[in-house]
Write a protein that binds this ligand. Sequence first.
Ligand SMILES: Cc1cc2nc3c(=O)[nH]c(=O)nc-3n(C[C@H](O)[C@H](O)[C@H](O)COP(=O)(O)OP(=O)(O)OC[C@H]3O[C@@H](n4cnc5c(N)ncnc54)[C@H](O)[C@@H]3O)c2cc1C
Length: 461
Amino acid sequence: MVLQQEAISQLRGQLRGELIEPEDSRYEEARKVYNAMIDRKPRLIVKCADTADVMAAIAFAHTHGVRVSIRGGGHNAGGLGVCDDGLVIDLSGIRYVHVDPASRTVRVGGGSVWRDVDHATHAFGLAVPSGIVASTGVGGLTLGGGLGHLTRKFGLTIDNLLSADIVLADGSFVVASADENTDLFWAIRGGGGNFGVVTSFLFQAHPVHTVCAGPMLWEIDQAADVMKWYREFIVQAPEEINGFFAFMVVPPAPPFPEHLHLKKMCGIVWCYPGPAEKANEILEPIRNYRPPAFEFFVPMPFPMLQGMFDGLYPAGLQWYWKADFFKELSDDAIARHVEHGSKVPTMFSGMHLYPINGAAHRVANKDTPWSYRDAEWSEVIVGVDPDPANKDLITTWARDYFDALHPFGAGGAYVNFMMEEGDERVRATYRDNYDRLASIKAKYDPQNFFCVNQNIRPGTA
Ligand SMILES: Cc1cc2nc3c(=O)[nH]c(=O)nc-3n(C[C@H](O)[C@H](O)[C@H](O)COP(=O)(O)OP(=O)(O)OC[C@H]3O[C@@H](n4cnc5c(N)ncnc54)[C@H](O)[C@@H]3O)c2cc1C
């Protein structure tokens, strides 16, 4: 892309944040995203300091016909926060959290990560439902839906979104909420970064402070029995208890005992925001049925649970993701899970099944674009390793596992667990909501200016 240096200098003069070009010493660091498999070279990176910087970056991109990507926490599997030869609107400088304890609402800057939110809200005995890794961006996770430890009790992250400040494709600023620009407010609760740059989110928080949480692990030869128990249990368990099922390799570090280090096992990671006595009563059946080989289920501050995986997964690993939704787990599907789950190829790789029921089921499929409220599980298979030489190993395992389970799937997949898989997959994910999303896209972004995402094409209903 040929851009006049004079125009670039003018943009630099308009910014309070930083403008980074390929020849700058900070460029190599600034273009990296969380997944080291992604290697894109943007022409410009605008590290926005505020909403005015976002508006200036959008105006520049419009005038010069430059492709843009929006970067929140940089965690997206497909690297959708960064683009080749275009302009990255990097929001990492718009990072703040203001808690209003009286209304239990939380105002969050568009480039914040969940660790920022958990830290600020915990002091007030509050939490906003998010994911399971604290370094994940608030922007991408929220706009795609948000599945995590509090889903069964408080719903998806989007179910707790009250309003958003948005800079649109034409550079104008709007607020979207249940009272203002209601079509846009509907679209951003699952429609991803298709509709504009969110510079600020307002969330409803909930009283969550200390939780009883952590993993229970079983030997692989018990995996089928544990999975069969789990499929019956989690769809009718009290909504307070959340548990995601996993195939994994035990990390060689505390709290795991040495004899289990690097062993392939299955597990359930629990979270119960209440007293230990009650939690233990709820989990007594599994302890009696198949006593875990190891468990670390203890009271802990909620931010500790949220940060539990952060040390294991620093930025810069190779990641390959595959995903699907499931309405049921048949015995046949479980047999295939056990077959592929027992071949997890590296210490960092694994399969997670996140429950989508409880409070998440009380929102109808059409109430938000997130159209798989009738599914019970969101599956994600992640092949992960620090060594690029293992790229084929982790990719092949994830694809084979996915292919074996896909015939049992409900159709689409959670957009935040997908890499770039094309239009058909995006349509399959939004199902009946796709046409409404396309017509809202036509109203707010008719030229498809925001196209580096799980793209919704502007269209008519
Ligand atoms: C280790 C790890 C753990 C994860 N765990 C969970 C989990 O438990 N639950 C879950 O639901 N998801 C989880 N995810 C998936 C995560 O939700 C997605 O990867 C999400 O895209 C990350 O958001 P981000 O802001 O960090 O990403 P980025 O790469 O910065 O952005 C991704 C896309 O989101 C959009 N976007 C981001 N911020 C904004 C904004 N402010 N305004 C407009 N658009 C924006 C853009 O379109 C961008 O292309 C996890 C991901 C990783 C890597």
